[in-house]
Design a protein around this ligand. Structure first.
Ligand SMILES: [Fe+2]
Ligand SMILES: [Fe+2]
Length: 470
């Protein structure tokens, strides 16, 4: 079952040949996707041979094949994790009943919305990152960028398959719209704000893959529990691909920290001006980027109190990430204590699931911070990096628009406005980061602002020519 058929025009493990109508519909969408990739994908690298991994089976062991591929020739396809025999719904009011193989009529529009919202983020991030290849800090990083890009394209396929296979004509129209909206477009922007933010430098890319792809991980984890079995299986396989994106973020930021510490040591100083003059990123500057991308990504979880998330849980559409770890899967009795600008109150747990998800996400975000702070401590510096408070710079929920500092304290609005440039990247900060962005393409070499990674890809040496440019 888990073998992927690459003989077909659209590689898949869902027996696409057995459903001619669906196959034809997807084959009609395929050239539109390729055209979108050509216009909105990584600019100017269509002729490059890239050392990419491609899924060959969906089981945990050895699902990937590595080899040189031109990106337009990447085999985007439809891969679902293997079915679990007689899978039962694991949460909500229908807990214990068989999982659904079709979409129940009453949840049709909600499920379609969930799939479209997830699907929209995938091509959005490719669009956001499309110019970064021109300023890559190394061929190793360039290859990782392209690996992420082709996989986000694959994730779009994953959602489009569900739309085509289970939502009829509405689904096909939504699939076209996924290619018609564009990141940052004034008339037809992407659905979620974070996916309209430009990613014009590699520091932002590492923050995006650390924070925003991790939001993706949590969304996928909660959809992987869904009673709608094809969605659950799709998301389970997407999660295996997603792990690499966060790896790029975490190791990328580790390498920036490492280089910063080296510069501090060389200079015998942690004066940001001197570190910048030496061509490295000072830690206070990195903190600003963390503040920006973390706070932006926190909005993606939605309002603290949400009747939609309550209904989605009760109806079996979307659970908590790692639902199996909890004991109570109905949540009809539980409450959560929430602090809003109006004070503390207990709210029904069912209505507070966005917050539950945000809290587990933040715990996951802390892991990298702890590691970076250990290396900073070992280097003998008093500086520490931290995550901003979940109340800081929020645009959605109880704290939206509130003047709160990164520690979470409410403050005078005027002072807040004045201080903001010291908490998130100012124009001068961005200009400095952009000034570091020069492309380095000699195999094995690194830009001066980032340390080399600990190892190459798939056991190859760091000096390997991961992207062959023509
Ligand atoms: Fe993705
Ligand atoms: Fe991703």
């Amino acid at each position: 079952m888990s073998a992927i058929d690459y003989a077909e025009k659209i590689p898949n493990n869902v027996d696409l040949v057995g459903d001619r109508t669906l196959q034809r519909a997807l084959e009609h969408w395929q050239p539109q996707f390729l055209q979108w990739w050509h216009e909105m994908g990584p600019s100017d690298f269509e002729g490059a041979d890239v050392y990419l991994r491609t899924a060959t089976s969906v089981d945990a062991q050895g699902w990937a094949h590595y080899g040189k591929v031109r990106m337009p020739d990447y085999r985007w396809g439809i891969f679902l994790a293997d079915p679990v025999a007689e899978r039962k719904i694991g949460f909500g009011d229908a807990m214990g009943q068989p999982a659904w193989q079709q979409v129940p009529g009453e949840y049709r529009s909600t499920l379609r919305r969930l799939i479209v919202t997830q699907g929209d983020t995938e091509p959005a991030s490719v669009e956001q990152q499309r110019l970064l290849g021109h300023t890559c800090p190394s061929l190793y990083d360039l290859r990782n960028l392209f690996q992420i890009n082709v996989e986000e394209g694959r994730h779009l396929w994953a959602m489009v398959y569900l739309l085509h296979a289970y939502f009829g004509r509405d689904g096909r129209e939504e699939a076209e719209e996924l290619l018609a909206r564009h990141s940052g477009d004034a008339d037809k922007p992407r659905i979620l704000t974070t996916f309209n933010e430009p990613i014009s430098d590699w520091l932002s890319l590492y923050c995006f893959t650390y924070f925003t792809d991790r939001d993706g991980k949590y969304q996928l984890k909660s959809l992987a529990e869904s009673a709608f079995d094809p969605l659950a299986r799709t998301c389970r396989f997407m999660l295996t691909e997603e792990a690499h994106h966060m790896f790029v973020g975490e190791t990328g930021l580790s390498r920036v920290v490492k280089r910063s510490l080296e510069a501090m040591k060389e200079l015998g100083s942690d004066d940001p001006a001197r570190i910048r003059a030496a061509g490295a990123v000072d830690l206070p500057l990195l903190q600003k980027y963390l503040n920006f991308w973390c706070s932006s990504s926190l909005d993606l979880f939605g309002s603290e109190i949400s009747s939609n998330s309550a209904a989605n849980f009760a109806n079996g559409l979307k659970a908590r990430p790692d639902e199996g770890r909890y004991e109570d899967h109905a949540l009809r009795e539980k409450t959560l204590s929430l602090v809003t600008p109006q004070g503390a109150s207990d709210v029904p747990m069912l209505n507070a699931l966005n917050e539950v998800m945000r809290e587990s996400y933040l715990k996951d975000c802390e892991i990298g911070l702890k590691r970076w702070n250990r290396s900073i401590e070992r280097a003998g510096s008093q500086l520490r990096l931290s995550l901003p408070s979940a109340r800081f710079r929020r645009s959605i929920g109880a704290w939206a628009g509130q003047p709160v500092d990164p520690q979470g304290n409410l403050m005078q609005r005027e002072l807040y406005e004045k201080s903001l440039a010291s908490w998130i990247p100012s124009e001068a900060d961005k200009a400095f980061v952009h000034s570091l962005m020069h492309r380095v393409i000699e195999p094995g070499r690194m830009a001066g602002w980032i340390a080399p990674p600990e190892r190459g890809i798939n056991n190859l040496p760091l000096e390997h020519e991961y992207v062959k440019l023509h």
